[in-house]
Design a protein around this ligand. Structure first.
Ligand code: AGP
Length: 605
């Protein structure tokens, strides 16, 4: 969703900010803008454009010089994508400029009052109220003008503010929308996402909700919105700028699918304890006694992370014999759920910033629950809010659709299930069996990816379908759900996932030659049941593509996946279906890394 980048220092700011915006493109946006100034300049200079960052770049004049600047990519919430609605927004006297991520809930109210007072609005955005309020503040310091304004605001924000009378500073604030400072040598950066910073500095400070900061070229200070100084020790981010490059692939999705063997190796590294056939997960902050006291596990996430949670719940039930289930965080947070002190809650999120997941975590904590986070982005809001957790170490995922993070999250759940299982009744022998299975995964993923050409041919055959059905049973069902989400996100083909066991309770009515079915058919104790489901489809002339551990007679085509332990099979079975979605989308000419209407990080409701 929206992205912020800002800089203050000695360098020519516009090219720096445009490059920063490009690094944020993956988040999804519809317009962009930039404002710059310098201590010697007379006022602020601004350019905005609907469309891509390259459209903005084309509009930036040659003499657009400055050493202080802020820029933004907007994902429309209030008002359609347009030049006027793009950020930054500027006050009528051209003195104040603001970029904003988040939503101001009481914007309509504030706007009415300002308009009644004679203020003219140029855009339809909620953000513009901020600009006028800051401009009208009579406080002497920019920090106080911003602070006064924030007192009037209800809602979420990550903001960066510039003022023509204070060209040597940028003031930023955070409440529910990420703001990260990048600390350089006699230069400072700010962004909503470290992706925009790592090319310049890996020393970062992440603001907390309710925190503000003032950035000057050679200094920064952080304080609360009430004005109390806070301590902010910079930390070093592990991700390198090169991790954000395409690395010779045509799309990030392709690159990230191919990074999975290496990524799984990383999530396992240093965690396996062969001596006790278990794993070390120190970050959980859960000792053996706490682990044994858990009576239920409830997993919360959205989209792909929710599907990983469904796979995780299955693994926890199987290996630890603790009742477990997953629920969309977006639903959970609104249904006044009964919060039980003996339940372990787990929030799952690649970005660690998904608003619905964060709100669910906050609601749980308010009710005294223990919440763990399974997150990819280190230091993200959900990771910070949780009582403990695990990082999935997938590395940066740039494509809007998640692939390697999904796989690594499933592996993280396998580690957690093994850990919980070994504090209970999972035998040493079973612990060993799972560890051996986990160790085989990177090699098996590589073998799977070597079959890409075959999957590409299959994708070409199915790309004409107007709709596809995905079926699976028990372990296979969340795999079917994730595969169907992947296909619709990236190819725009309608897809629906159903438990194979439910076929004859309704969806069988849809079966005809034009509706292909993808059947997840692991070689486990439900193999014969899955074969029977395929028979039923075949008897009605449906086409079947099976994902299985051996060729399936009833299927028109089979993608054969290497066999692992039954409990871990879902991890490998998802991978060829990522490739199927990818090649289908490619043959249809879709914008693979940035599917229409979607954003990488959904930081608003
Ligand atoms: C993944 O392909 C999707 N873009 C989407 O479903 C995503 O998983 C969801 O928005 C949750 O994101 P998170 O993992 O960053 O919380």
């Amino acid at each position: 969703m929206c992205g912020i980048v800002g800089y203050i220092g000695k360098r020519d700011v516009a090219p720096l900010l445009l490059e920063g915006l490009q690094r944020l493109e993956y988040r999804g946006y519809d317009s962009a803008g930039i404002v710059v100034t310098s201590p010697k300049a007379a006022g602020l200079k601004m350019v905005k454009a609907k469309g891509r960052v390259r459209d903005l770049e084309a509009k930036v004049p040659a003499r657009f010089k400055g050493t202080t600047g802020i820029a933004h990519t907007r994902w429309a919430t209030h008002g359609a994508p347009s030049d006027l609605n793009a950020h930054p927004h500027m006050s009528a006297d051209d003195k104040v400029a603001v970029v904003h991520n988040g939503i101001i809930d009481n914007a309509a109210d504030l706007r009415r009052k300002l308009e009644a007072d004679g203020v003219e609005f140029l855009s339809e955005t909620d953000t513009e109220v901020l600009v006028h309020l800051i401009a009208r503040s009579e406080a002497q310091k920019l920090e106080d003008k911003v602070r006064e304004t924030l007192r009037l605001i209800e809602g979420t924000y990550g903001i960066a503010v510039m003022h023509a009378d204070f060209p040597e500073r940028i003031v930023v604030a955070r409440n529910g929308s990420p703001v990260v400072l990048g600390i350089g040598e006699k230069e400072m950066f700010v962004a909503s996402d470290i992706a925009a910073l790592v090319a310049h500095t890996r020393q970062i400070v992440t603001l907390d909700d309710g925190e503000m900061a003032t950035l000057k070229a050679d200094d920064f200070r952080t304080y609360t919105t009430e004005g109390t100084r806070t301590t902010a020790e910079p930390t070093t981010v592990e991700w390198e700028a090169a991790s954000y490059d395409m690395g010779g692939h045509d799309t990030y999705m392709h690159k990230e699918i191919h990074e999975q063997a290496e990524a799984v190796d990383r999530v396992l590294r240093g965690r396996i304890d062969d001596r006790f056939s278990t794993v070390h997960l120190g970050g959980l902050n859960l000792d053996a006694r706490d682990a044994r006291a858990v009576r239920r596990v409830k997993i919360l996430g959205c989209g792909t992370s929710y599907h990983a949670g469904q796979i995780g719940a299955q693994m926890i039930e199987e290996l630890a014999r603790i009742p477990a289930d997953a629920e969309p965080a977006s639903e959970f947070r609104y249904r006044n759920a009964v919060v039980d002190p003996d339940t372990l809650y787990i929030a799952v999120s690649q970005s660690g910033e998904t608003y619905d997941v964060l709100a669910a975590v906050q609601e749980l904590k308010r009710k005294g629950a223990r919440v763990l986070g399974i997150v990819n982005v280190v230091g993200s809001a959900i990771a910070r809010e949780a009582d403990g957790g695990m990082y999935v170490h997938a590395g940066p995922e740039v494509c809007v659709v998640s692939t390697k993070c999904f796989t690594n999250t499933c592996v993280a759940f396998a580690l957690l299930a093994l850990h919980l299982g070994r504090t209970r009744d999972l035998s040493v022998r079973d612990g060993k069996r799972i560890i051996e299975g986990l160790r085989k995964l990177p090699q098996q993923i590589s073998e799977m990816l070597e079959r890409e050409e075959d999957i590409k041919k299959l994708a070409a055959q199915y790309a004409d379908a107007r709709s596809m059905l995905f079926i699976g049973r028990v372990r296979g069902y969340p795999v079917a759900r994730e595969a169907s989400l992947k296909l619709k996100e990236v190819s725009y083909i309608h897809a629906e996932a159903y438990p194979a066991s439910e076929l004859k309770h309704g969806p069988l009515a849809l079966i005809e030659p034009a509706l292909p079915t993808v059947a997840i058919v692991p070689d486990d104790d439900l193999l014969e049941k899955n074969r029977a489901a395929m028979e039923e489809i075949k008897a009605r002339s449906g086409q079947i593509l099976a994902v299985a551990h051996q060729e399936q007679e009833k299927a028109d085509h089979t993608i054969v996946v290497p066999k692992n332990e039954d409990e871990l099979d879902p991890i490998l079975m998802g991978i060829p279906l990522q490739l199927l979605a990818y090649h289908t989308a490619l043959s249809l000419g879709r914008d693979i890394d940035k599917p229409r209407n979607l954003a990488k990080s959904v930081t608003v409701e």
